[in-house]
Design a protein around this ligand. Sequence first.
Ligand code: NAD
Ligand code: MG
Length: 380
Amino acid sequence: MKNVAILGSTGSIGKQALDVVRSHPDRFALYGVSAHSSEEAFLALLRTTRPRRAVFSRPLSETVPGVALSYGVQALCDLAADPQVDVVVLAISGIAALVPLLSALKAGKRVAIANKESLVCGGDLVKEALQQGGGELLPVDSEQSAIFQCLQNGRREEVQKLILTASGGPFFRQPREELRDITPEQAVKHPTWSMGRKISLDSATLMNKGLEVMEAARLFDFPGEKIDVLIHPQSIVHSMVAYRDGTVMANLSNADMRLPIQYAMTWPERIPSPARPLNLWEQPDLSFFKPDMARFPAIKMAYDCLKAGGGCPVVYNGANERAAELFFQGRLGFLEIEDSVAYALDRFQNRPMGDLDDILLVDGEARRLVDEFQTTRSKA
Ligand code: NAD
Ligand code: MG
């Protein structure tokens, strides 16, 4: 029996992780959960699932019998490092996941990691925490899970390329000039996946794929030159690995995040999952396109950040998180998201990142640069 803690339990990934835990009562017990907002939904979840521990970002207005409640970032880290916990599912969105991630890894936990922002920003700190604690980092992001699985078929030196597939988002076929007036409602309607609001927007702007290029580099320790992006609108092939003899290993399944969540929890074992089996004959066309970097500056900027290193990936992420907030508030246009990230990167004085404080400082700097972009452009 494995005790599971789901951090970010009220979100899209969090709920699907709960589903996986519920599907295997013989293997998994829900030990702890956390959430940041929607107190009502969180309390309802506590009443139905009755975990031993629960962490909210603020004090809760009610208690739930049998559940030990606590609140704040320190409590979140304590839950991630709790000696009773075997597997931490990291389903918090944004850079806020970095601190609990480090805490779980230092305590030697297996972390099934959905959050990509923490990997992009954490860089070497994540590696150090892994080494220090002897924990395990298992990817949940569908592309990274696919690559992780394809990499099990060969040796590292035999790998020619990691090929990350991208659906291209809802506007893949629209000319750029038509994207200027995209509304938040249009932007979060993803063609193949149902996800949280921020990652849905990131998929539409292609910032998600940029983050994933950096995430793959961090997880598998390959340079940008060894990572390709391939547009695949149907999201059936989740990613691939090309080997030097010309063989390409691909990972295919229906788009259902419960599959990579479960695999990260059970690896190296495979067990039946709640996902619907893939019948390829029901899926007439699988198509692939090479992305045009001029059309997708978000991806181009990510490769540049990876190459530049230092604080650039942190700026890319922080600027994008802030720009997404401003877009949802109606204060930035759709194409201004990538413009504001470019603005922040242009003005940032790159430097090496030492500890967590360096990273958080640069994250704040990036957010302020986006606010500056927003103010100057609204005066113009
Ligand atoms: P979501 O917005 O649906 O849920 C986020 C969860 O994190 C919620 O429980 C929320 O309460 C919590 N949270 C938000 N801000 C927090 C903070 N500051 N401190 C603590 N908790 C906080 O997001 P999601 O779509 O489930 O995505 C979660 C992560 O997984 C993201 O990093 C995303 O990029 C990644 N991911 C998601 C999917 C998907 O299908 N949704 C796929 C791949 C990767
Ligand atoms: Mg993904």
